[in-house]
Each structure stands twice: as structure tokens, then as C-alpha cells.
Design a protein around this ligand. Sequence first.
Ligand code: DNO
Length: 361
Amino acid sequence: MEMTLRWYGSKFDTVTLKQIRQIPGVTGVITTLYDTAPGEVWDRGRIRALKEEVEASGLHIAGIESVNIHESIKTGQKDRDKYIENYIKTLENLGKEDLHLVCYNFMPVFDWTRTELARVRPDGSTVLAYTQKAVDDLNPEKMFESISGDMNGSIMPGWEPERMEHVKEQFAMYQNIDNEKLFENLKYFLEKIMPVCDQYEINMAIHPDDPAWSVFGLPRIIINKKNILRLMAMVDNPHNGVTFCTGSFGTNLDNNLPEMIRLLKGRIHFAHIRNLKFHSPDDFEEAAHLSSDGNFDMYEIMKALYEIGFEGPIRPDHGRMIWNEKAMPGYGLYDRALGAAYLNGLWEAIEKCKNHAGGSI
Ligand code: DNO
């Protein structure tokens, strides 16, 4: 595996490449052209400039998160082929610049959903949190307003204000879309892009739905073992793979994370590792990466990745806001750096135990 950090680009991120370069063991960044809209073709010159900027700092681009998918593709509108063509052109441009990993999601309207961006934990840190009750009490059109005050002046991925202005229209697009239809539209999209992925060796890595159940009555499909295995079989090409996000699949306590990792051997191209603390099955908050701070056994998760021979990038996912840092919620420097160091430590121990024990951990 390679330890990486998500970086939004110098125009949007409070964290610098120089700082990332100083986190022990972090060699790559996961980045994006943050100001491109879903459906737009990514310009090859801009991709190259981004790559050069990252490389000048002594790091490299380990993957793209995200190339977002236009709602027309997700809902199967008449004009979807035009947007798929654009997506293919973007993939070509990425491939020509020697970039081979693309994280994306197929969540309707909202990307990840949280009901609080700054819940205070007992140690005084603040974290993102979710309660089903708050969602049930909220009109979806007010969702953005309800959390925007806590964004620390940042634009959060999936919550771009221009898109949020059109929430009502976007909901209307999903009126006749159920889970089966969404699966069908995803299959259609993947089948169209697989040839270009084969040509340029691009690994597509779908991000699970977060939380892993329907919100506001919208369909949600990348939520559990059954559905993710179904998707892998539906388009049975190794370039159709997964971003294994523990914090997203893990929102559903029925998902056995190490088991799912083992079943997805060969198809996990990217991993987001973080921990959650549950107060009830539908009230949880994000915790420090350390196992004892939340509900997940991070050692077992890392061991499963190690055992399947995972070689892709891992990034510590959302961190807590600590030490008075002001940054995009979840994406400050300090707690993610602690997370990277901890996950690197687990990996080193697993590797050494395996070597010392002559192969068995
Ligand atoms: C949230 C992220 C998601 C993720 C997208 C992938 O912090 O994990 O926004 O990047 O769902 O397309």
C-alpha cells in the first residue's frame, strides 16, 4: 500500500503540499480539479499543470478523487451519452498524463450526508456526525442551509452551492428511479467507459454511499456486501473496482468490514480508512483513527487489506478538528497526519509479525 493524503489544490485547501510532504510515510496525494463541474471535460493542460505542481513538492498524484458524474447519467436521461462521451475524454486525458486511479460515486443528489459538521467530543475536538432523527425532521432543500454555517468558509465536496441551489429539480429527476433502475444506469455507464479504462489501465473505484442507506427517500445502492459484489459481477472487469471506505460501509453495523475486504480481493483499488463512534445504530460521529476511540477494530481492517495483498493508495479519511485548526471539516492537517502515522504503524507491525512468524500473522 501507499500512504496518501487528500489535497484539494492550492486554491482551495488550507493544507499545503509542503506540510503533507513532512508527514512521515506519506508519499502521494489524492487530488482533483476541484473547480470542474460534473459533466465537463477535464483539460489535459490543466491536469499536467496540477501534476507538475505536486511533483515539484516531492510528492506525486496517486489518484483522482473525484471525477464526478452528471445527474443525467445517474438518472439515465436522453442526453446521458453526451456526458458519458465527456467522461471518456476526461479519462483519456488522465490516462495520457499517466494517471490511473479514479474515485467516483453514484449517489443521487447529495454525496455524503452529515447532520452536524462540528459536534463536540468529550476531548473538546469537533467532528462530523449524523443522526437519522435530524434527517427525518429536515426538508431536503434546507439540508445545505442547515450545515453551511459550520463549513469554516470552505466548499465541501459534493455540497457545491451552485448545485445545492437546484436541489428541488434534482429530486424531481429521481421521481421514477428506484434501486434497480440506478443499478441499470450504473451498469450502462461502466460498460461504456470500460474500453477506455482498458486502453489506459485506469482503475475506476466506486465510493460507497454514505450513510449506507437511503436518505430523503432517494435510492442508494452501494451499501453492503450483496450489492457491491453484484456490481463487481455485473461488469466483471478488474478496472471496475471499489474505493473501500470503512467510514461509509461501516455506517451500517451489519457490514462486516474485514470480511467484505477479503471478498473484494483484487477489486479494491483505493482505501479510505477512518473510525466511527456509535451512540445508537443511527446516531454516530466520526472518531479518531485509533481503534479504542470508536467502534471499529482498525487492526483487523488493516490486516485484511494486508492479507489480500492490497497495493493501492490508502488515505486516512476525515480527521477531527483539533488544536484550534481552521479548515474544511474533516480535512484539516493535524488529525489526518496522526491518522496516517497510526495506520502506517499498524501496517509496519502487521508486516513484521508476518515476517517473524514465518508467514502467519
Ligand atoms: C467525503 C468523501 C466523498 C468522496 C466521494 C467520492 O469526504 O469521502 O465526498 O470523495 O463520494 O466521489
